[in-house]
Design a binder for this molecule. Sequence first.
Ligand code: B12
Length: 454
Amino acid sequence: MKILLVRPGRRKQAITLGEFMYGEPLGLESVFALLKEEHELKVLDLMVGKEDLLTICVSYRPDVIGFTSLCIDVPAVLDLAKQVKDHHPDVITMVGGTQTFLAPESFFVPQIDHVAEFTTKENLKTLCSYLQKKAQVPLIDGIRSQENHFEGTGVRGINDYIQPDRSCTDQYRKYYSYFGYRPCALLQTSRGCSSMCNFCQRWKIEGSQEKDEPLTEIIREIEKIKEPSIMIIDNNFLYHRERLENFCALLEERGIRKNFICYGSAQSIVQNETTMKRLAENGLKAVLVGYESFKDEELANYQKKSTRAINIAAGKILKNYHIDCWASFILHPDWTTQDFKEFRKYLRILRPEISSLTPLTPFPGSFLAKKYRDRTLYQKEDYDQWSYSLVSIAPGNMSLRRYYFEVLLSNFYVNLFMNNASYLVNKFGLCTLLRLLKGSFKFLLRYLRFMIKG
Ligand code: B12
C-alpha cells in the first residue's frame, strides 16, 4: 500500500514560529519508521516545500494520505483533505498528531476517514493492515473511524515513542532550523514531565512522569544525525544529573562534537552546576529556560517549582559557562503598567541572550480555559488563533489596546535595548537575522493592527 505523509503548510491567518523556523517533523518520521517495512511511504512537507498536493496525488498515486496536525493546522488539514476527496474520492485520509490527541473531534468530518487519537506501534499497524485488505475497520483502541461513526473503544492511551527515520525528509533537511542554528535536527531523549505547570500542555501529551530512552540508543541516534546542530526537545533535559554525566561521558568516549540546544528548568541548572560546565565543554550552546514571571506569587500560581531568586542564580550559571540563555516569559493578563515596567527591569537583571514573550494562553480543554472561561477572547474553533502568540484573555487592569501597546513596547525593548537583534547578527550573521526578522515583522504588523483596533 502506498502512503503519503503530509505536514500542512502555514496559513497566513496564523502567526507562528513557523514563519521563520521549520522544525523537523518527528511525528511523520516516526510513522514512516514504523510502517516502512510493510508499506511504501513518502513524506511531503508543505511547511518547507512548495509542492502541490493534488499534483503529487496524480504522480505518486497514494492509497492513503496521513496528515500530522497541531491546533493551528486544523483548517489547513480540513481544506487539503477536502481537495483530495473532491478529486480522488478513493484515497483514504487519516490524521494524527498533537491536535488529534487533545481534540480528536476537530476532525470528525466527512473528508476524514480515520483519526489517530493516540498512536501506538500496534494500533497503527493494525489499522493499516485493514486498509490494505480494503476490509471493514473494526473498533481499534486509539483509532476513531468514520465507518464507525468516529466512536472509540473508551481506552485512553498515550503516543508510543518510535525512533524516527530521518532519511524520509532528506530533501527538506537543509531547511530545518532552530532559531539561528540551521541546519538543525530535533531529538527526543525522554518524554513526560513531573513538574506539571498549569499553563503547559506537554505533560498532558507525554505523561506526568519522565520516561527516559536508553542513552546508548540515543548516542547511536546522534551518531546517525548528519546535521552539526541538535535541538533536544525533552521538557527538561537537565533534570537528572547522573544521566547527564553519563551522556557527557558517552560523547567524550565516542569523540562526538555537535552543537546542542535544549529545554531546561532554572532549578535543574542550579542543582547541577558542575554538570553544566561539562555539558558546555561537550557542545551545549544554549538552554531554553521558562522563567515565566518576575513575581514569586505568580510562579507559585503557575505551579512552577522555581522562584525569582533561583531564576537569577540559573542565569548567572549559564553566563559563567558561556551557555546562551533563550528565555521565555509569560505575560499575565492582570499585569498593570507598573508590572510591565517591573518586568522590563527584571530583564535587565537576567540579561538573557534571547527573550520571547508569550501572553498567557487558556488553551481549549486546559485548566486555564476553565479558569478564564468568562474572559477568553477566542472560540475553541478559532483554530488559527491558538498559536500562543496572541492576547487571548481580556486584560484585567487595562484596555486590550493598552495591553497590546505594553506587549509591543516590551518586544521593542527586548529587541532594541536587550540586544536580541545584535546577538543574532553577531552569532549567526545578518542573513539569519533577516530570515528571523521577516517572520517577526508579520507579528509586529498583527500586533499593531490589534492595538489600533483595541
Ligand atoms: C518540536 C516542537 C516544535 C518544532 C517543530 C514542530 C513541528 N513538528 O511542526 C517547532 C519549534 C518548529 C515548533 C513550532 C511551533 N509549535 Co511546537 N512543539 C514542539 C514539541 C516540543 C515537540 C513536538 C514533537 O516533535 N514531538 C515528538 C513527536 C514524535 O510527537 P508527535 O508529533 O505528537 O507524533 C506522535 C503522534 O502524534 C503520531 N503522529 C504524528 N503525526 C501523525 C500523523 C499520522 C497520520 C499518524 C497516524 C500519527 C501521527 O506519531 C508520533 C508517535 O509518537 C511540542 C511539545 C510536545 N511534547 O508535543 C511543541 C508543541 C507541539 N508546539 C506547540 C506550538 C503552539 C507551536 C507553535 C504554534 C508555537 C508558535 N507560537 O509559533 C509553532 C507552530 C509551528 C507550525 N507548525 O507552524 C504546541 C501545540 C499546541 C497544540 N495543542 O496544538 C506544543 C504542544 C507545545 C505547547 N506549547 O504546548 N514546535
